[in-house]
Design a protein around this ligand. Structure first.
Ligand code: NAD
Length: 487
């Protein structure tokens, strides 16, 4: 077996970059560990500016032919990629679980089918995109969606392939070529995607994958003058760095960042539903950007809500994410675990009370935690923890609920539990968030815009908004008679 192949859960994964239709090694590697048991999964190519440059050059070389490929043919190839994802669904699911520790059953039944859907959806949406035409005093305006050029797509570890393909699919559908840089804590399924795309017939250089540490390879990608779009999902500090790096070339950016989203529970809500929504926030061990980590509960039902919440959370089985019965897996990395515990211990030192949890468990696991007695301006209420840690605060009425909900620097999502449709309409109208759910959570439709306000992001992707970002819109005005005749 090649020194560049590693076997993860029985699946062979190439650990090199994928550039211009070929595997490319780097002089150095970094070690990828499984969060399940800390075992080594592979030695991954540690990219440098040289490989970043080669990948952008490959994307640039492949761009003219791919941009000139008909919409129908691009759509056909994206459907072929989706077919490949479906054929290798089990491989992708087991490798992703080994690599990022999220539940295997979710990868099998939800996440990997969504990966295939990402390709199918944007392929179909491409065929529906209108070229707007309108008339100005006898002159025709023709608005076209022109491909922009090579795109750099940088993604995090919490939902690696789902978030990567949510960008790769529309970027390719739009006629752009791509350099994908997955997160160093979960690099493996991007490598499998490159394989699947090549087998589906995607021409060399249209999709490139570079591996490496963001701090080492990132700048060479984001400051490259040939890159025409950067789409990034990740943390706020990295986003600020990328924005500064992209500024040199005024490269357009789409930023999908963190959150500190609220769940507002009104006294008129179905309390069992509200509790279900709250416990759901421990999904993926709390490593979900959209997670409603601030529970805001109306005073009159707070005690009963807390009692039912504690009962329900106690049913969550924490353990190996490959077991069907597990509800809560490990956290991604020892550094992330330390970060989570740091937040909790500082909160407790500042006066917070852990109703449940508040400590690590053996291995890379953190006990699901609920903290009360937290001040609105405290770190634990204002900053994203990205672990299974929720806070609970109470409010007296609608105005206070909205004020607390909006009082962070984020604005990614908000969830409202209420039995009163009029209240729902009033409250949602005042919430600052890219997505608001009423009596539900995590219902996503790819036709809808997705993104965050304030420090949760810049721009929206999804449906036509994705094509808006990944295309250069052009208006061509033609006079049938010649301009001088215009009168
Ligand atoms: P991160 O910012 O540390 O890393 C994200 C990616 O950026 C990785 O691929 C990393 O290698 C790369 N990177 C790091 N430094 C870079 C640099 N200087 N230049 C270019 N790239 C660089 O984030 P993370 O810890 O991997 O992800 C967790 C964060 O992502 C959380 O804040 C979470 O809320 C956010 N997130 C947001 C969404 C969303 O859709 N809004 C979805 C998932 C995660």
């Amino acid at each position: 077996m090649s020194e560049h192949l590693t076997t993860v859960a029985g699946v062979a994964v190439d650990t090199r970059h994928w550039i211009g239709g070929e595997r490319v090694a780097s002089a150095a590697t970094f070690t990828d560990h499984s969060p399940i048991d800390g075992s080594v999964l592979g030695e991954i190519a540690r990219g440098t500016a040289a490989e970043a440059g080669a990948a952008v050059a490959a994307a640039k070389a492949a761009f003219p032919a791919w941009a000139a490929t008909s919409r129908e043919e691009r759509a056909r190839l994206l459907h072929a990629v989706a077919d490949g994802v479906e054929r290798r669904l089990e491989d992708l699911a087991v490798v992703e679980t080994a690599d990022n520790g999220a539940l295997l059953r979710s990868h099998r039944r939800g996440v990997m089918p969504r990966v295939a859907h990402n390709f199918r959806f944007f392929a179909d949406w491409l065929l529906k995109l209108d070229h707007a035409d309108f008339d100005t005093r006898g002159h025709s305006n023709h608005v076209s969606w022109d491909p922009a050029g090579p795109c750099v797509l940088i993604t995090p570890w919490n939902a690696p392939l789902m978030l990567a393909t949510w960008k790769v699919a529309p970027a390719l559908a739009a006629g752009n070529t791509v350099v994908l840089k997955p997160a160093e804590w979960s690099p493996l399924t991007a490598s499998l995607l490159a394989e699947i795309a090549a087998e589906a017939g995607l021409p060399a250089g249209v999709l490139n994958v570079v591996q490496g540490l963001g701090s080492e390879i990132g700048d060479a990608l984001t400051s490259h003058p040939d890159v025409r779009r950067i789409s990034f999902t990740g943390s706020v500090p990295t986003a600020k760095h990328i924005a500064a790096s992209a500024a040199a070339n005024l490269t357009p950016l789409s930023l999908e960042l963190g959150g500190k989203s609220p769940l507002l529970v009104f006294a008129d809500a179905d309390l069992d539903l509200a509790v279900d929504l709250a416990v759901e926030q421990y999904d993926n061990a709390g490593q979900v950007c959209l997670a409603a980590t601030r529970l805001l509960v109306e005073e009159s039902v707070a005690e009963e809500f807390t009692r039912r919440f504690v009962e329900k959370a106690a049913l969550l089985k924490q353990g190996d994410p490959r077991d069907e019965a597990t509800g809560l897996g490990p956290n991604i990395h020892p550094r992330q675990l330390e970060k989570i515990d740091g937040f909790v211990q500082r909160a407790v030192a500042a006066g917070a009370r852990a109703v449940i949890g508040g400590h690590r468990r053996d291995g890379q696991y953190y006990a699901p935690t609920l903290l009360t007695d937290v001040a609105q301006d405290s770190e634990i209420v204002q900053e994203e923890v990205f672990g299974p840690v929720l806070t609970l605060q109470t409010f007296g009425g609608e105005d206070e609920a909205v004020r607390l909900a909006n009082d962070t620097r984020f604005g990614l999502a908000a969830t409202v539990a209420t039995g009163d449709p009029e209240r729902a309409r009033r409250v949602t109208g005042h919430l600052v968030a890219g997505t608001v759910w009423v009596n539900c959570f995590f219902v996503r439709d790819l036709r809808a815009p997705f993104g965050g306000s304030r420090h949760s992001g810049v721009g929206r992707e999804g449906g036509t908004w994705s094509f808006d970002f990944y295309c250069d819109l052009k208006n061509t005005v033609t006079s049938p008679k010649g301009w001088k005749d215009h009168g």
